[in-house]
Design a protein around this ligand. Structure first.
Ligand SMILES: *[C@@H]1O[C@H](CO)[C@@H](O)[C@H](O)[C@H]1NC(C)=O
Ligand SMILES: *[C@@H]1O[C@H](CO)[C@@H](O)[C@H](O)[C@H]1NC(C)=O
Ligand SMILES: *[C@@H]1O[C@H](CO)[C@@H](O)[C@H](O)[C@H]1NC(C)=O
Ligand SMILES: *[C@@H]1O[C@H](CO)[C@@H](O)[C@H](O)[C@H]1NC(C)=O
Ligand SMILES: *[C@@H]1O[C@H](CO)[C@@H](O)[C@H](O)[C@H]1NC(C)=O
Ligand SMILES: *[C@@H]1O[C@H](CO)[C@@H](O)[C@H](O)[C@H]1NC(C)=O
Ligand SMILES: *[C@@H]1O[C@H](CO)[C@@H](O)[C@H](O)[C@H]1NC(C)=O
Ligand SMILES: *[C@@H]1O[C@H](CO)[C@@H](O)[C@H](O)[C@H]1NC(C)=O
Ligand SMILES: *[C@@H]1O[C@H](CO)[C@@H](O)[C@H](O)[C@H]1NC(C)=O
Ligand SMILES: *[C@@H]1O[C@H](CO)[C@@H](O)[C@H](O)[C@H]1NC(C)=O
Length: 673
């Protein structure tokens, strides 16, 4: 135990304790409860006190930045003309909790700044502290970053590192977040799991040395620092007096950056924080509770897939019975195991007016889809799919059940299920604005603007990123196409029907392979391998991206011969350096030329014949949302394209579209909900 822990009994109060002998700056916040912002802390922009902690960004605003400072500035030099700086010691506990584990990360900074609002700070990026200018200038601003995102263009080693920033988002030094345990071993520290992380920063103003240490809050202080940085240049980045505090920012992804406790001293080692009773933050993991609250708040949609083969004798027997009787008798144990919410057939029948024709929304890829309204006025959609084999139903149900737990703002939420004889019905959120294809091809009343299209594409890319990376097991969608992309009341894009394609595979004789997907969207490798992967989803997404940018279907039989296949046509234009001409005419030039070209090139990159060379969904999201920070990640494939080397496409799967046409049996493109 360290000697100053003997002071602990003095520090147990929840209220901060101040010692202000002359110019010394020393304080301890074991919690931030009962603090009035005007006097004890300076809260800037979106930062706020939230019960006992400080929240730096606001979840509900898309671009958020927040800073918190101690209101008294720190005198940076012991005497006004001293060449050495003031030494200080600080320790704090923070928690960084993303809503979606796979979304881009932001992190937070401990900062010393001449101003509580650094003049060149960007509003939503770079911790809300730095400019995006490439040649940072000398200004009184230095920070220790706890970065939970990777910006390769700034040489970030990974999405979980610490670094020293001298008025520059590109750190002077970085190191992965980890600590030395008592035997000298390095233990990684995950800073983006919401767990409470403790940091210690020691600065020696005589030799300009920073030591930074991170460890989980329940681990005692490691004896060796994680990072040491010594450089007299640091003196260039300080002013006579500086504010000390924290800063963070975020774009549209939610990442809660919290500071739970903070101790600071410029006269010795910062006093110990009592970490025993700190709050713990995690996502509410109970999907059922969020489901029900969502159901109350929102719209539900029903969908039904029915898969059963029943000997005809049984069938006739059941027919004779009343519906409810039949239904009850049919429930098997395993059905109850899997599903969080089981609708009764009466409920769904009532909701859809007895599955009346008037309620028919269309024929989805898997069967009829009805619109319905539950007794609590919740709107739902009910999808019915017939299947020719009972074989695999259980397996399929297990899979769909696990998908019922997938929740993301860009997925159409499944609400429940019902089975009636040989029909299984799945209940989903109702999407009032229908599917994307209707807004792009079917002579819509209003042409979707480019910004709106980009937003929908980014939404879908995010949803798909979640399927690929946000869940403990990767979920391959297998059937991405514009008719499977739905628009909610706010015209935000949501991906539907994920995983349903598997139903068809399960029903097949094991040794035969049958490609599931939709003609025109299928990756060429599926012709030979028939096992869908994340990369084949990326291919289909690329086709959708091109459709949306060009405003035409992937295969347009009426088009001129060399324009029938969308990808071929765009590639051809690209090879001739005229890719911009593929843009949808109906947009009437209402878009940034450069943005359009990046989108088209991105679409082509996604449709690269070699699955290995397609970008990942994460990289795609980064490009689509114009994260300057992330734009360099796909720079490699974009620059490959930029070289004008159209041969990149003839490597792996020449004539790919024709191949996939031959192999893909599949549904014609169905209109869907
Ligand atoms: C905050 O102050 C109120 C009233 O002064 C008191 O009841 C409450 O316990 C305090 N909360 C904490 C966490 O100290
Ligand atoms: C912070 O101060 C502002 C005005 O000074 C006040 O409106 C706001 O409610 C305060 N917030 C908190 C969390 O105390
Ligand atoms: C977040 O921002 C929204 C929109 O500006 C605002 O209405 C809301 O009060 C903010 N939330 C908090 C907790 O400050
Ligand atoms: C500044 O430094 C000079 C010598 O370098 C010293 O004589 C003087 O007292 C110092 N002034 C202050 C204000 O410390
Ligand atoms: C630091 O801030 C003070 C007052 O806010 C200002 O007068 C001074 O010019 C700033 N110094 C630098 C180097 O920016
Ligand atoms: C920096 O941001 C400004 C304003 O957001 C933008 O105009 C400029 O292009 C950006 N520069 C770089 C190098 O990203
Ligand atoms: C800072 O470093 C100098 C030289 O290494 C050393 O003499 C001094 O004790 C250190 N000061 C602190 C506060 O650690
Ligand atoms: C940084 O850590 C090293 C190694 O433990 C130590 O020798 C040095 O004094 C520390 N410096 C500061 C400023 O704490
Ligand atoms: C710290 O907490 C984590 C998670 O609660 C636990 O796995 C770990 O064993 C704890 N470590 C120590 C040293 O208590
Ligand atoms: C930390 O605070 C708790 C009460 O919140 C107290 O019971 C405990 O003894 C304190 N720990 C130390 C080491 O002082």
């Amino acid at each position: 135990m360290r000697p100053f822990s003997l002071l602990l009994p003095l520090l147990l109060l929840l209220h901060p304790i101040f010692f202000s002998p002359t110019s010394a700056l020393e304080f301890l916040f074991n919690s931030f409860s009962n603090i009035t912002n005007a006097t004890d802390l300076t809260l800037i922009d979106d930062a706020m006190l939230d019960a006992t902690v400080i929240r730096l960004t606001n979840d509900t605003v898309q671009y958020s930045v927040g800073r918190v400072f101690y209101p008294t500035k720190l005198a940076m030099r012991p005497t006004s003309n001293s060449s050495s700086l003031t030494s200080f010691s600080t320790s704090f506990v923070f928690s960084v909790l993303p809503e979606i584990a796979s979304s881009p990360g932001f992190g937070l900074c401990f900062v010393l700044s001449n101003s509580t609002s650094p003049p060149d700070a960007l509003a939503s990026q770079y911790f809300g502290l730095f400019t995006n200018a490439t040649a940072p200038f000398v200004a009184p601003l230095l920070a220790v970053e706890f970065d939970t995102g990777q910006n390769p263009e700034f040489n970030d080693p990974d999405g979980n590192h610490i670094g020293i920033d001298l008025n520059n988002i590109e750190s002077a030094i970085t190191t992965p977040a980890r600590y030395y345990d008592s035997s000298g071993g390095l233990v990684p520290v995950q800073m983006r799991t919401g767990q409470n992380v403790r940091a210690w920063i020691e600065f020696n103003g005589t030799n300009f040395e920073f030591n930074v240490t991170v460890a989980p809050a329940n681990v005692s202080r490691p004896s060796l620092p994680t990072l040491t940085y010594r450089d007299p240049k640091i003196a260039n980045y300080v002013s006579a007096e500086m504010f000390v505090g924290f800063s963070a920012s975020k774009t549209q992804w939610i990442e809660a950056q919290r500071v739970l406790a903070w101790s600071f001293s410029d006269t010795g080692v910062a006093r110990e924080i009592n970490t025993t009773n700190l709050p713990v933050f995690q996502l509410s993991s109970s999907s059922s509770s969020s489901l029900s609250s969502g159901a109350i708040a929102g719209i539900a949609i029903g969908c039904v897939v029915v898969v059963l083969v029943i000997p005809s004798g049984f069938y006739l027997y059941w027919r004779k019975n009343k519906l409810e009787r039949e239904e009850k008798d049919e429930i098997e144990d395993w059905e109850l195991e899997y599903w969080p919410h089981r609708f009764s057939i009466e409920e769904l029948s009532q909701a859809t007016d007895g599955f009346s024709k008037d309620q028919l929304l269309g024929f989805g890829g898997f069967g009829k889809v009805y619109k319905g309204t539950l007794s609590n006025a919740t709107e739902i959609a009910v999808k019915c799919v017939n299947h020719d084999s009972k074989q695999g139903l259980r397996e399929f149900m297990a899979e769909i059940a696990s998908m019922g737990r997938l929740q993301h703002k860009n997925l159409v939420q499944m609400r429940g299920w019902c089975r009636k004889r040989n029909e299984l019905m799945l209940v989903y959120d109702y999407m009032p604005n229908g599917s994307l294809n209707r807004w792009i091809f079917d002579k819509p009343k209003t042409v979707l603007g480019w910004d709106q299209r980009c937003r929908v594409l980014a939404d879908v890319a995010e949803g798909l990123t979640y399927l690929h990376h946000g869940w403990d097991q990767m979920v391959v969608h297998r059937d991405i196409k514009s008719s499977n992309i739905l628009l909610d009341a706010e015209m935000r894009g949501r991906l539907g029907d994920f995983g349903l394609a598997k139903l068809y595979q399960h029903g097949e004789v094991p040794n035969t392979t049958r490609v599931v997907g939709t003609l025109g969207y299928l990756a060429p490798e599926l012709a030979t391998m028939a096992s869908p992967t994340a990369a084949s989803d990326v291919y289909s997404f690329g086709v959708v991206l091109l459709e949306v940018a060009c405003g035409r279907k992937p295969i347009e039989m009426e088009a001129a011969e060399d324009e029938v296949v969308l990808i071929e046509w765009v590639r051809e234009l690209y090879a001739r350096g005229r890719v911009g001409e593929a843009a949808d005419r109906r947009l009437e030039g209402q878009y940034e030329q450069e943005e359009m070209e990046v989108a088209l090139k991105l679409g082509l990159a996604c449709c690269h014949p070699d699955p290995q060379r397609r970008p990942s969904m994460k990289e795609i999201v980064a490009v689509l949302v114009g994260e300057a920070a992330a734009a360099a990640a796909p720079a490699a494939f974009l620059s490959e394209l930029a070289r004008g080397d159209s041969n990149v496409f003839s490597g792996g799967g020449g004539g790919s579209e024709e191949e996939s046409e031959e192999v893909a049996p599949l549904q014609p493109q169905p209109p869907s909900v």
